[in-house]
Ligand binder design. Structure first.
Ligand code: FES
Length: 99
């Protein structure tokens, strides 16, 4: 499926694989997401901002994810942790801004 990353240097498209985490797609595409904790919801270095439409398409964040995002500067209502989003075909065309 097609995933679009919008960064400071422009827009990049990546091929997402069903079942993988959005973090993995982003890193494979060379996006600057550290993902330091490896997806254990401990670092928030995988913070991405979704479009409002896509935010509504992904499963809602767990309370632990919300709590961690509350501690991150620069988050907005549609912020998510990329390690917590597992791709499905239904998410084709997902667009995420890399802060
Ligand atoms: Fe650490 Fe997502 S990789 S919170």
């Amino acid at each position: 499926m097609r995933i679009v990353f919008v960064g400071r240097d422009g827009t990049a498209e990546a091929e997402g694989r069903p079942g993988e985490r959005l973090l993995d797609t982003a890193q494979r595409a060379g996006q600057p997401l550290e993902g330091t904790c490896g997806g254990d919801m401990a670092c928030a270095t995988c913070h991405l901002i979704l479009s409002p439409e896509d935010f509504a398409r992904v499963p809602p964040a767990a309370a632990e994810e919300e709590d961690l995002l509350d501690l991150v500067p620069g988050t907005v209502r549609t912020s998510r942790l990329a390690c917590q989003i597992v791709l499905t075909e239904a998410l084709d065309g997902l667009t995420a801004r890399v802060p």
